[in-house]
Design a protein. Structure first.
Lengths: 371, 254
């Protein structure tokens, strides 16, 4: 063994890396992005969770509870008139929790003190939670408990929590839809990217472009292939989820599959789009973490988007998986149809249309500039 | 088809990349049934000319026509009637030999049964019959090159543009390739073959000598020998000498 030869090999490898500026840029960018994203993401507290309060009692006591809740940064509070249906607010208005302070809350609360410990009289609060994200549900429960503690008298309040979906939703139940989206996004994006870069490097692109194959046919071919792959991947995730982890699927598996396939189409578009930047297979491979990291950290998969610090949250709203998560959770956990989560569904559709249109443009450019 | 006119035609065709003139006002025409050799050193513009003729890249001046259609504008009219073999081996390395042929047959709309028959024919011709199920990345360099040629021939096109089809092959295999080309030509196909092996020029019916994006001389191999002999003032037999004499007398002027 000779140090000189080892050094020669090392020097050659470093020179090769230095010659590929894009790989070099990625090598520096990835650790920086990873540290920033992980650092911020782990340090975040849940904030701005949308909670509605229906105060049917309207007393000084309920006003002070409302004041405590309003001061809590975890939740973004909206006071609504009595008569609103909590379930409708959760399913249609996008609230994640509804707190109802019934009439007589105050009188029952004080009755307890007047009549002493012997009485069973208690103020009752109804809390209806969207448990499709258990971390958010827990955060709302904690905020309410804190607000009640603020009354300072250790008062007798019975918080009755209603499960919106009839069963308790566990972390794994809301995690499975995210895993489905993540796996499909990763595989479809990265394999499309690698495959197209290979076509360029190997020269098969030139053969395909002189043949009667149209650009639209080329993309649709990829879409069809990865749509099928996505379907199989979803079956595997759901199969293992159901059999091993007993995940709860409240909604239609059909809609879930359809959404996953739709997301795969957008991911194929994204992969094609990235192929405009990556000219070699190494460049394609190093771009992998750039797709992976934001998807895992910012999409609300590991922790709610509300727990992501305000600095990074705009990025969350740029990550396609954020919307796929919303739609798939709405379908699988809440049992809704995709369009009943209109914002998420519209963004997933926009993702598909934009990336596929951009992919067509990219392929047109690459066809022209194939020298 | 365009029975009346030439199969490949370039008229004052030009291609510039930034400040580089890859093809510089070149005119040529290849008639049906010919084997036309585009001969010249690497970087003389052969590949760019072929790419313009098959519509992969647009000329920055002049006109390139294939079977009478202006390329790349009217490529759709003739897309099934020509085959192009790029300089890279251009096969799917993670597909088998037969799967590669299946794909390229399918994109030309051939029915599966026809592709299967054509595959058997081509694999026998290219001596790849026993490699049918082998992945392309496990083939030797020569085998890959033969597969690449087979992929170009699968849809039985009349006009063939072959970019350095014999590059990297040993002399025996090169001779075999040229036998295939002659065979194709005898069946009425038109071949435009680029090569930097000057000795291969002798195997073509007509030869265009390219240097720095221009055609410095054109004619049958014998006509080029005569021309070189006249310019040198003594007989010139060897094709390499022919090229040197004719390019020197061009003065390398640009």
């Amino acid at each position: 063994m000779k140090l000189q030869r080892i050094a020669a090999v090392a020097e050659r490898v470093l020179r090769q890396l230095a010659h590929d500026r894009r790989v070099l840029a990625f090598m520096l960018l990835i650790p920086a992005a990873a540290m920033i994203l992980f650092g911020y993401s782990f340090s975040g507290d849940i904030r701005d969770v949308r909670v509605a309060v229906i105060d049917e009692d309207r007393t000084d006591l309920t006003a002070s509870i409302l004041e405590s809740l309003a001061a809590d940064e975890t939740i973004s509070l909206r006071v609504l008139p009595s008569g609103e249906d909590p379930e409708r607010l959760l399913l249609e208005e996008g609230y994640q929790g509804v707190i109802r302070l019934p009439a007589k809350f105050t009188s029952l609360y004080y009755a307890h003190f007047a009549m002493g410990v012997a009485t069973s009289a208690q103020g009752r609060i109804d809390l209806t939670l969207d448990e499709s994200d258990p971390q958010i549900a827990a955060a709302i429960q904690k905020s309410l408990a804190d607000a009640l503690m603020d009354l300072g008298e250790g008062g007798p309040v019975d918080v009755q929590t209603h499960d919106l979906y009839g069963v308790e939703v566990r972390f794994i139940d809301s995690f499975a839809p995210a895993i489905m989206g993540l796996v499909v996004a990763m595989i479809s994006t990265v394999l499309t990217l690698l495959s197209i870069v290979r076509e360029k490097v190997d020269g098969t692109f030139a053969r395909v472009w002189v043949s009667p194959v149209r650009r639209a046919e080329f993309i649709l071919g990829y879409v069809l292939a990865f749509g099928l792959v996505a379907l199989v991947q979803s079956l595997v995730v759901l199969g293992i989820g159901s059999l091993v982890f007993h995940i709860v699927i409240n909604g239609s598996v059909f809609w879930a599959f359809l959404c996953v396939i739709l997301f795969a189409v957008g991911s194929v578009g994204l992969g094609t789009l990235l192929s405009a930047v990556a000219q070699t297979e190494s460049q394609a491979i190093v771009s992998f973490p750039l797709v992976m990291l934001p998807s895992v950290l910012l999409s609300g998969m590991m922790w709610p988007v509300q727990a992501i610090p305000a600095v990074l949250r705009p990025l969350s709203y740029l990550v396609p998986l954020t919307y796929s998560n919303r739609v798939l959770r709405a379908v699988m956990v809440k049992g809704l149809a995709p369009w009943q989560e209109p914002v998420g569904f519209a963004r997933v559709l926009a993702f598909v249309v934009l990336t596929v249109a951009a992919a067509a443009l990219v392929l047109r450019q690459q066809g022209r500039r194939s020298d | 088809m365009n029975p009346a006119g030439p199969v490949f035609a370039a008229t004052a065709v030009e291609k510039t990349f930034g400040t580089l003139r890859a093809v510089d006002g070149l005119s040529m025409a290849v008639e049906a049934g010919e084997i036309y050799g585009l001969v010249g050193p690497s970087g003389s513009g052969k590949t760019t000319l072929l790419r313009m003729l098959c519509g992969l890249t647009a000329p920055t001046g002049g006109e390139a026509r294939l079977l009478g259609s202006a390329m790349p504008r009217e490529r759709r009219k003739v897309e099934s009637q020509f085959g192009y073999m790029p300089q890279e081996r251009a096969v799917y390395r993670d597909l088998t030999v037969a799967e590669n042929l299946l794909f390229f047959g399918q994109v030309y709309g051939m029915p599966r049964r026809r592709i299967a028959a054509r595959t058997a024919e081509l694999l026998a011709m290219m001596k790849l019959a026993d490699r049918s199920g082998q992945r392309a990345d496990r083939l030797s360099g020569g085998e890959k090159q033969r597969l690449s040629l087979a992929c170009t021939l699968v849809h039985e096109a009349d006009a063939l543009l072959l970019d350095e089809p014999t590059i990297g092959l040993d002399p025996a295999l090169r001779a075999e390739f040229w036998d295939h080309f002659r065979d194709l030509s005898s069946r009425g196909r038109t071949l435009l073959v680029s090569t930097h092996y000057l000795l291969e020029a002798d195997r073509c019916r007509r030869v265009g000598l390219m240097q720095r994006g221009r055609l410095v001389a054109e004619g049958t191999p014998d006509a080029l020998r005569t021309l070189a002999g006249e310019r040198a003032g003594h007989p010139v037999r060897d094709m390499e000498d022919v090229f040197l004499v004719l390019t020197r007398s061009e003065g390398g002027a640009r």
